[in-house]
Design a protein around this ligand. Sequence first.
Ligand code: PLP
Length: 413
Amino acid sequence: MVKTPPQTTGITEQPSTAVMGTYNRYPLTLVRGNGCWVRDHKGDRYLDAVAGIATCTLGHSNRAMRRALKDQLSRLQHVSNLYQIPEQEELARWLVNNSCADSVFFCNSGAEANEAAIKLARKHGHQRRGIERPIILTAAASFHGRTLAAVSATGQPRYHVGFEPMVEGFETFTYNDIQSFEQLLNRLEAHGPRVCAVLIEPLQGEGGVNPGDPDVFRAIRRHCDERNILLIFDEVQVGMGRSGRLWGYEQLNVQPDVITLAKGLGGGHAIGALLTSQHADLFAPGDHASTFGGNPFACRAGLTVARELERRQLLRNVSERGEQLSAGLHQLIQRFPQQLQDARGWGLLQGLVLREDCDLTAADVVKAALAQKLLLVPAGAKVVRMVPPLVIDRREVKALLSRLERTLEQLNA
Ligand code: PLP
């Protein structure tokens, strides 16, 4: 059979014929980056408030990252977990020293971190609560990833359609609604233990930039303690400083037993992690594994992010720039009351909420912003999300806001 040759990769505005069509892509080919700015193949410069969807913590082409990874590439990239890996040990030590967790398992993505957490939760259910078919409670509008168990945990049925049957053992309650949580828990446990864990985001990112309610999270913590249910926080999007604190759980003042992490940890490189307290450190040798998880290269990237967060005091920058961004978004709401309803979020994870009764969608705003050389990303149909690198400065936040204002003016015209 003669195959039509696929277009060579590289710079093209045509959709590639060789890459599987799983994404709706913007007609934009980005080829370079520096800090919060990226350039397309024509040389046009864009302000990047997407940062690889909340991953490029230190911005693009960061000097410390370049140096560290060049050095690591010239020494050792990958050896497998058959051996001791000093970079992995060092990153785990940093994570443990800087969180409520006591040990770390490394993987490569957020979905994988959640898969690990789901296995851990089931083991806890079997071993500690004597449950034969353990159930994990998750929230409506949550997002936990696209692998089969992670998507089954995700409380958005639109991600399930076409891929049924979902993995069994997940039940959903309404986010930030303690009554909904208690009703579900009491119903499921009316005749004895059935729930092994609660898996929840401290702030729902993909589900619309929806911060958790500390009172609700405290009550969930209490129920988990009373019944020996594991409380797992999915910090994939909000962890590693994006909220202005290192962890989302610090915003809520509620400590989980387990944390899942990815995105910002690697500053643009693939790494995920499962962090557990001593109480939840249940995996025995052979229970779980990953070929690439915790490889020297990825861990060096993670270590560089960790050290730069400290050296540059980036948490303070995130809080200050987050406040500046939030204040600017609230001013935009005053200017465009017909279109805009609310602005919410923590630190440099902010969402601009469009009014339900206006025709405009988040996708419309994101598309129009391209013309103003601004990169944004939707979080659901009506929320425009801003997740710039954590190194963004005052002038760049100002530029972000003025480009967003011009975008809204243009859409209003
Ligand atoms: N969990 C949360 C809260 C996320 O926001 C995401 C991705 O957006 C994931 C899990 C999945 O992460 P990944 O795409 O790295 O598998």
